[in-house]
Design a binder for this molecule. Structure first.
Ligand SMILES: [Zn+2]
Length: 276
């Protein structure tokens, strides 16, 4: 079920929303980034790793959204890292009464019933000054920014030329802005794209959180495409974005996401008294 995308880097694409789990081989075992969504898929991943004799020695969640916070007992008890902000956001969410029911509302029931809730969101925050994942394997540089979700981070596996982008640079999903936690979601998103553009020269393989794995040419193409969408959103223009097209992967839900983003941004600018 695992597909090699670069030397020592493998991915598994979920049936749910084309979510990509990423496995990076290190000396004593593997690093798993965003391990997956469906319980049976994570169980199969755990089996594959057991057969390969490769224990999980570290995990990483790119951001504090439910589909990136899951885990399976078969993957073991390795530390699961995230940025300090990611961990704090999860901690806040899980400290409120009724958190499980509140999160489950977002999740298709057939997936929710497979979730090991006791393992949900057990994220160890890495101090902001820590530039890479603390593990015995290829350097995984943390590229943190404030787009999409608090403490969102991409990982750049420099020696392998792989950028694990989290929920950015997808060929199927439009940029989804963090409209709750930041003062200027448009500028934060554009700043994140500039940050990713700054490392683009080192990337041969791009793995988005959802969608297809791309080559070097896809990095800049997707940055440009995301930036054009965010500009259109900012200017309340009509995005000519193929991901919103009538035959696109997200044709049934992305137009609604787009309309809500437009509406919320308009409400914010009205409230703040800034011109639309
Ligand atoms: Zn996601």
């Amino acid at each position: 079920m695992l597909r090699q995308v670069a030397e020592g880097v493998l991915t598994h694409e979920s049936e749910f929303c084309q979510s990509n789990a990423v496995v990076v081989h290190g000396r004593a075992g593997v690093l798993i980034i965003d391990p997956g969504v469906q319980g049976h898929e994570m169980a199969a991943l755990a089996n594959d790793l057991r057969e390969l004799g490769r224990p999980v020695v570290a995990g990483f969640s790119t951001h504090p959204h439910w589909d990136h916070l899951l885990w399976h007992t078969g993957l073991g008890a390795a530390p699961r890292y995230g940025t300090a902000r990611c961990a704090a956001a999860v901690r806040d969410e899980l400290s409120a009464a009724g958190w499980q029911a509140r999160i489950a509302e977002w999740i298709p029931p057939e997936i929710a019933e497979q979730i090991s809730w006791d393992l949900f969101g057990l994220i160890t925050g890495l101090p902001a000054e820590m530039a890479q994942i603390p593990w015995d394997g290829p350097h995984a540089r943390i590229v943190e920014h404030q787009a999409h979700a608090p403490g969102h981070a991409a990982l750049l596996i420099e020696e392998r030329g792989v950028l694990v982008a989290g929920d950015m640079l997808s060929d199927v999903l439009i940029p989804m802005l963090d409209l709750d936690d930041t003062a200027d979601p448009i500028e934060d998103y554009l700043a994140a794209l500039r940050l990713l553009e700054g490392v683009a020269g080192d990337v041969d393989v791009l793995v988005p959180g959802h969608g297809s794995v791309g080559g070097a040419d896809q990095v800049r193409a997707r940055i440009d495409q995301d930036r054009a969408y965010v500009h259109a959103l900012r200017d309340a223009g009509v995005p000519g974005d193929p991901r919103l097209g009538p035959s696109a992967y997200g044709k049934d839900f992305l137009p609604g996401v787009h309309a809500r983003q437009l509406q919320q941004l308009a409400q914010r600018s009205e409230r703040d008294g800034t011109p639309g």
